[in-house]
Design a protein around this ligand. Structure first.
Ligand code: DC
Length: 234
């Protein structure tokens, strides 16, 4: 075999630029890119729309009961250059990116039944390999045997600054303090939840990109992927 495909898992804290590099990598290698955060966001949006989750309450039971009827899929969109997320045939790509969804998503992602459903779908999507998947538990739970595992970090202030700029550019009405608080709250919830907390897999390569620009980060990870591909195809 000379063209074995590998599985690439990119995990890390929120707003570390995981998705940017994962998309670039998938394009370069002609692999499929899967944004697992979007899947947790989609379920969160559904819970919000149905009034299951509010600032002071969360009807988990109602959400769990509805899970079998929720169908998620990604459809590649030429204009975006990546696949948009759909919930029951509705394109919700823009709606899942709001700060409101970000504020609730860690609580929804802590529900084991939600994780079970999404992990199963993610494993199915990666069955054929040739996939770059980003998230929090890809190298630890979804694909513990992934050939290449990257764990991305950057300071909270750096990440909040990037997220703030991105949201402003999209015309969203946000302030920096609010975004920083969200980044820090999510770090806490994501790393302390009982089911599949965010941890670096033992065999993951950690990359702190606080001082790297997008090109430098991409080059570094592409080199790691190419080195893996060379050894896999020997
Ligand atoms: O990557 P993101 O910011 O879009 O992810 C949104 C939330 O979803 C994040 O706060 C934690 C959760 N998540 C998760 O628990 N497991 C994943 N594989 C991906 C995301």
């Amino acid at each position: 075999m000379t063209d074995n495909k590998i599985t690439i898992a990119i995990d890390g804290f929120s707003s570390t630029g995981k998705s940017t590099v994962a998309k670039q990598l998938a394009k370069e290698l002609s692999y499929v890119y899967v944004d697992t955060g979007a899947m947790y966001r989609a379920i969160t949006l559904y819970a919000m729309r149905n009034g299951y989750i509010k600032p002071d309450s969360f009807d988990k039971k109602a959400l769990i009961e509805d899970l079998p009827s929720l169908h998620l899929k990604f459809i590649f969109e030429e204009s975006l250059g990546f696949a948009a997320i759909y919930l029951n045939n509705e394109n919700i790509e823009d709606e899942v990116r709001t700060l409101e969804v970000s504020q609730y998503v860690s609580r929804v992602a802590a529900v084991s039944e939600v994780r079970e459903k999404l992990v199963a779908q993610q494993q199915e999507m990666g069955l054929e390999k040739g996939v770059v998947m980003d998230g929090r538990d890809i190298g630890t739970v979804v694909f513990p045997n992934a050939e290449l595992k990257i764990f991305m970090t950057a300071t909270a202030a750096e990440r909040a600054g990037r997220r703030f700029k991105e949201m402003k550019e999209k015309g969203q009405d946000v302030n920096y303090e609010e975004v920083l608080k969200n980044v820090m709250d999510r770090d806490h919830l994501d790393t302390t939840r009982e089911d599949s907390p965010l941890v670096k897999a033992q065999d993951a390569i950690e990359i702190d990109n606080s001082a790297l620009n997008i090109e430098e980060q991409f080059e570094k990870i592409l080199q790691l992927a190419e080195a893996k591909l060379t050894t896999t195809n020997k």
